[in-house]
Design a protein around this ligand. Structure first.
Ligand SMILES: [Zn+2]
Length: 285
């Protein structure tokens, strides 16, 4: 279906000790675009974008603009949607505008994409500087020739987060809501109470494949979200019990998730185990 062979790394660039790897895999006629950046042999966090029936889902981060441009030029692109405004999902909004496409986003994402807020240095190193561009508010569904995607409002990771649900195919495009079941880090801006409600709501849908923007296509159904929610609730109960015993958040973090690591240092605590425990202890019920 797509003009680039499946499982083929067609854009592998090496400059100094920075390697950019862009691979395309076809799963159920969905092109899954995997983006990896390797610095001095250290693989940074993977990002995914998808193209299905002329609809691009996610733009990929700015570091992969050249590869995205090349891929999109070789394939049919009619519309685009971003799960939320973070730079690893919407960092190439300008590219879509240049190709005559105004991407669809949650209305709360519009301002962030017109004028991206400052991004911390470690995120700029990993993903690049996000571009600004024009988007428009997504409706309740997105139609392509062969598919209808229901737009699911899914706050928690970000207020402007949406998921896309293709009920006939059993697909759920989850942006940053899956990533893994036993997460140990959280961004300090995440709303854990909203996240729990969203995970519960997603666990009541009927799907068999998750398209995760960091893990790619996964044969996982609603139970994956039930398990993730149960894990968070269990951790929350343990954290609150330890707090009642008089332990500080720092000691609770150490006891439940282990010592802080490189991620705390790199992010200045923005994306960390401490942020996760603080969120569990401070949430409003
Ligand atoms: Zn995000």
């Amino acid at each position: 279906m797509y003009r680039l062979r499946p499982d083929y790394c067609y854009a592998c660039q090496k400059s100094g000790e920075v390697q950019v790897v862009f691979t395309v895999n076809n799963r159920n006629n969905v092109a899954c675009l995997k983006m990896d950046r390797i610095i001095f042999g250290w693989r940074l966090r993977t990002a995914y974008a998808f193209l299905v029936d002329g609809l691009a889902i996610e733009s990929g981060p700015a570091h992969f603009k050249k590869q995205m441009r090349e891929f999109l030029a070789a394939n049919t692109l009619r519309q685009a949607v971003f799960s939320h405004s973070h730079e690893d999902h919407a960092g190439n909004v300008d590219l879509f505008n240049q190709l005559g496409i105004t991407p669809l986003v949650h209305e709360c994402a519009l301002a962030n994409l017109t004028l991206p807020p400052p991004v911390p240095l470690y995120r700029r190193i990993v993903w690049g500087n996000p571009a600004s561009g024009k988007c428009r508010t997504v409706g309740s569904t997105i139609e392509t020739d062969r598919h209808t995607f229901q737009v699911i409002q899914s706050p928690g990771h970000a207020t402007d987060h949406i998921c896309l649900y293709e009920e006939n195919e059993g697909w759920l495009f989850t942006g940053d809501l899956y990533v893994g079941e036993k997460i140990i880090y959280l961004y300090d801006q995440e709303d854990i109470a909203a996240l729990k409600k969203t995970l519960h709501m997603l666990s009541n849908l009927h799907f068999s494949v998750i398209f995760c923007s960091h893990r790619g296509p996964l044969q996982k159904g609603p139970d994956a979200f039930r398990r993730k929610l149960a894990y968070i609730e269990d951790l929350e109960e343990k954290a609150q019990d330890l707090q009642k015993l008089g332990l500080t958040p720092r000691k609770i973090t150490y006891r439940l998730l282990g010592k802080e690591d490189y991620m705390y240092l790199i992010s200045g605590g923005e994306f960390s185990k401490t942020a996760f425990i603080n969120a569990l202890l401070s949430q409003k019920k």
